[in-house]
Design a protein around this ligand. Structure first.
Ligand code: SF4
Length: 258
């Protein structure tokens, strides 16, 4: 299968990355224009971007997102069919036998903690929300184990409410893009919300995460094969030779979906 990321249309200028990608002297207008240009290019580079967790409703997505902590989406997708066949809704999961749930979740790692977590989540849904997943951020973040990242995944993908999903890939990439210098996910979310139109937040999040999984890796960024190179102040933190960089680009099948 071919990599989804196109090589850069023209070779980016040879330059070393800025010591700190965020340039405080870049005007807000210039940063917004650059961000929107890069966001448009991400849409071209990753037309197949989507939520990589399998789900059929908000409850399944909420549980799958909680289970995805410290494991890959692929691993979660292997256990959720059995979990949801046995416990299809919050009422069924709230009354589940903990040992049975632990046995199903074992391949995901930390299975005892995760079983306790999803049981507590299901019980809270039954006790406080009539067994329904609420469609508001203010309610979702009151659920045990649910922070803004998980809430935004659920809002964006199950309720059609735009949300920015600040996971490790997202934070790493927007800092490399020089869009923010913040490390705190809530502050990152607030700053990126100023740069990207609200209607695009959910798909933009998927595209950034795809780019992080396939091209702009934590350890070896494929800069020489990156379609964002000409706008990215971090160009050069990974190999800039197009041939060497192309070997680092992961195909969809090989991407870690972590
Ligand atoms: S791969 Fe390199 S050029 Fe592309 S976004 Fe990441 S740091 Fe920037």
């Amino acid at each position: 299968m071919q990599p989804t990321a196109r090589p850069a249309a023209r070779r980016a200028p040879a330059r070393r990355p800025a010591a700190a990608p965020f340039d405080p002297d870049e005007t807000p207008l210039a940063r917004t224009r650059r961000a929107r240009r890069m966001a448009r290019e991400l849409a071209v580079l990753h037309p197949d971007a989507h939520c990589e967790l399998d789900f059929t409703n908000a409850f399944e997505l909420l549980v799958a997102t909680v289970l995805s902590a410290q494991t890959t989406d692929k691993t979660v997708n292997k256990v959720t069919p059995a979990l949801f066949a046995r416990y299809p809704d919050p009422v069924a999961l709230a009354g589940a036998d903990r040992a049975e749930v632990e046995a199903i979740l074992k391949p995901t790692g930390f299975f005892r903690a995760k079983a306790a977590s999803v049981l507590g989540l299901a019980q809270a849904l039954v006790e406080r929300f009539d067994g329904e997943v609420p469609g508001r951020m203010a309610d979702l973040v009151t659920l045990p184990g649910v922070g803004r990242k998980t809430a935004n995944v659920v809002l964006g993908n199950a309720f059609g409410v735009p949300g920015l999903t600040v996971d490790t890939h997202f934070g790493r990439l927007v800092r490399r893009f020089g869009w923010t210098a913040e490390e705190d996910p809530v502050k990152v979310e607030a700053e990126i919300a100023e740069l990207v139109p609200k209607r695009d937040w959910t798909m933009f999040s998927h595209r950034v995460i795809f780019h992080g999984r396939r091209v702009c890796h934590a350890k070896k960024a494929a800069c020489g094969a990156c379609g964002l190179a000409r706008w990215c102040p971090s160009f050069g933190i990974g190999p800039t030779d197009p041939g060497a960089a192309a070997k680092l680009v992961k195909t969809p099948a090989a991407s870690d979906t972590e």
